[in-house]
Design a protein around this ligand. Structure first.
Ligand code: HEC
Length: 152
């Protein structure tokens, strides 16, 4: 009887260990949908996506200034973040990205170059066109939104 009890206890121990480990397994199984949610959130809020939205907001403000006849001279964004910011899962610095990024950075900097001989509106639209050039291959979703930044 004592042996039986002891055996039962061991059985229980093994059983609970099994249940515990199978709970963990279950966690692993349910991890996938949870992970998907996290990925979705990351897609929404990757460092790069956040920076893109900041660039968008900055250019909304530049457009308003230019239309109002002002000469913008400040570039409060660190465009080098384009080289370092972490991107959403499934997004990376492709060959296309690399071929567009520096051209874009330069064109965005030229907008606030008060010594430039090129007309302000032209410089601004060139920067926005470079947003679009990269977006055509790298991230097509925001294209209509970016197009609205162009000054007609
Ligand atoms: C060199 C390529 C490139 C350039 C230049 C570029 N983008 Fe992007 N943009 C991307 C990529 C790739 C993503 C997706 C980033 C991510 O999800 O991590 C993105 C995402 C975005 C998003 C969506 C962010 C979100 O909430 O998911 C907006 C809006 C955006 N860009 C606007 C702009 C604007 C405005 C400019 C120019 C001022 C610009 N982009 C220039 C490649 C570029």
């Amino acid at each position: 009887m004592a042996f039986y009890l002891k055996n039962k206890y061991i059985c229980f121990l093994f059983l609970s260990l099994f249940i515990l480990s199978s709970c963990k397994n279950e966690e692993k199984i349910t991890e996938e949908p949870i992970k998907k949610n996290v990925e979705y959130e990351m897609y929404q809020r990757s460092e790069m996506a956040g920076f893109m939205n900041a660039m968008y907001a900055y250019n909304v403000q530049l457009k308003a200034q230019i239309i109002a006849g002002e000469t913008p001279s400040a570039l409060p964004l660190d465009l080098m973040k384009l080289h370092s910011a972490e991107m959403s899962k499934g997004t990376s610095r492709t060959k296309n990205w690399l071929s567009f990024v520096n051209v874009f950075i330069e064109s965005q900097e030229v907008v606030v170059d008060t010594l430039s001989n090129i007309e302000l509106k032209e410089r601004y639209n060139a920067a926005i066109s470079n947003c679009l050039n990269c977006h055509k291959t790298e991230c097509v979703g925001p294209i209509p939104k970016i197009k609205r930044l162009l000054i007609q």
